[in-house]
Write a protein that binds this ligand. Structure first.
Ligand code: ATP
Ligand code: MG
Length: 393
């Protein structure tokens, strides 16, 4: 709709966004936004640092995916310098015919990519080298020559003293990657036929148990304090969307999958944030999730409820602001709609979710321009909106 430009809009404000794009804007729903931002802030090492596990729920079109993608974009792009974190967004756990944690794990590793592990390895190796210097300078004078003569001992003692114990094998894995072994490390992480018995990683990652251990180990390494240098990341975020899929899975698959997630949470008490999107009401969530999972939730469910008319209007106004051409002064906040046209349209919507609101407004706007020759500076009035909607519904 290039005619939109005549109405002072940069592009269609009511387009349904594709699933793989960045989401820079958030309209309305201030309360829910504040809760979610508090969750992602608090897990950072420079904030409270305790891990969080939260469920965001609401009906279809309520804005769950939007919320998770908005947080992903904020953490990885728009406010990367503030968060110094890494967010992973998974649209679904249904990544293979048989749903298994090890398959989910592989998708996560692939999404991070080889380049990510290459730069993580280089950061870890700087941390370790600094820690070795720190350790050597604090060692008793008679031990120093022995440490300098025995690099393996120097490294092992440094890590024992200065790194989180459970992360040590994965720190060593990153050291191997930074010492020219990235190809071998990458194929190990992807579960191909490789293992690192020399550093205690002696089995291939081809089952859920090893996949959980490895993912937890990698996340811990990303946030590990080793000696005096800052960790590579302040926190790791795993956002898993469309968890209502659990309802339709075979019980054996969903039980195992949930067991793996539970184990992942157990292994990551700090600097880890997991948020699940769930198209369901609270009662269904309680029916689907076993209590060992429910008990690990760190907050009440965050619901994205259908909106009231006043809220919906605020949502529409804020959404439009993000799409105004610079310097354009609209004759009213809903332009190219009149406020009466918005009221008329909202009256027709039974479930006021963002998706339903977008669908109706988009249809009215498109038809007003194409069929009814709406031209700037005219606005859509209530009569025109009703006429279009009468034909639509
Ligand atoms: N706060 C918001 N600000 C701007 N746009 C929003 C907001 N919330 C939702 N939207 C938009 O509304 C539409 C529907 O939202 P979304 O796809 O996130 O719903 P959902 O809850 O994930 O639905 P489903 O259960 O069907 O997956 C999307 O185009 C999304 O960009
Ligand atoms: Mg969705």
């Amino acid at each position: 709709m290039s005619a939109l430009e005549d109405f002072g809009l940069t592009s269609d404000p009511f387009a349904i966004t594709a699933n793989d794009t960045s989401v820079h804007r958030w309209a309305g729903r201030e309360h829910e936004k504040a809760i979610l931002l508090d969750v992602v802030d608090s897990v950072r090492a420079s904030d409270i640092g305790s891990s969080e596990f939260v469920v965001v729920h609401g009906e279809y079109g309520a804005g769950k995916s939007h919320a998770l993608r908005y947080l992903t974009t904020k953490i990885n792009e728009d406010e990367a310098a503030h968060y110094r974190g890494k967010a992973i967004y998974l649209q679904t756990v249904r990544v293979s015919q048989k749903v298994q944690f090890v398959e989910v794990y592989k998708v996560i590793v692939d999404q991070l990519g080889k380049g990510f592990f290459q730069s993580l390895a280089s950061h870890i190796s700087q941390q370790v080298n600094q820690a070795k210097v720190d350790y050597l300078s604090s060692a008793p004078a008679e031990v120093k020559p022995q440490l300098m003569a025995d690099q393996t001992r120097h490294m092992n003692e440094t890590l024992e003293q200065m790194a989180p114990k459970s992360a040590i094998p994965y720190i060593k894995l990153m050291m191997a990657a930074s010492n020219g072994g990235i190809d071998r490390v990458w194929s190990f992480l992807r579960g191909e036929d490789q293992a690192f018995p020399e550093i205690g990683l002696s089995s291939r990652i081809n089952n859920d148990y090893n996949a959980v251990a490895t993912l937890a180990g990698v996340f811990k390494t990303m946030t590990a304090r080793i000696g005096s240098m800052s960790p590579a990341y302040e926190a790791v975020y795993l956002f898993v969307d469309e968890q209502e899929n659990l309802v339709e899975m075979k019980a054996v698959e969903s039980i195992q999958l949930l067991q793996s997630f539970r184990e992942l949470i157990n292994q990551l008490p700090n600097y880890f944030c997991m948020i699940w999107g769930f198209s369901a009401d609270a009662a269904l969530i309680e029916a689907v999730l076993p209590s060992p999972i429910l008990q690990r939730l760190t907050r009440k469910y965050v619901e994205l409820p259908a909106m009231e008319a006043q809220e919906a209007k605020q949502f529409i106004r804020e959404q439009l602001i993000g799409f105004r051409k610079p310097d354009f002064v609209p004759p009213n906040p809903y332009y190219p709609f009149s406020e009466e046209a918005i009221d008329a349209a909202l009256e027709r919507i039974i479930d006021m979710t963002p998706r339903n609101i977008f669908k109706v407004l988009r249809a009215v706007l498109e038809r007003a321009i194409r069929r009814y020759d709406l031209v700037a500076p005219d606005a859509i009035d209530a009569d025109l909106a009703n006429k279009i909607l009468d034909l639509q519904t």
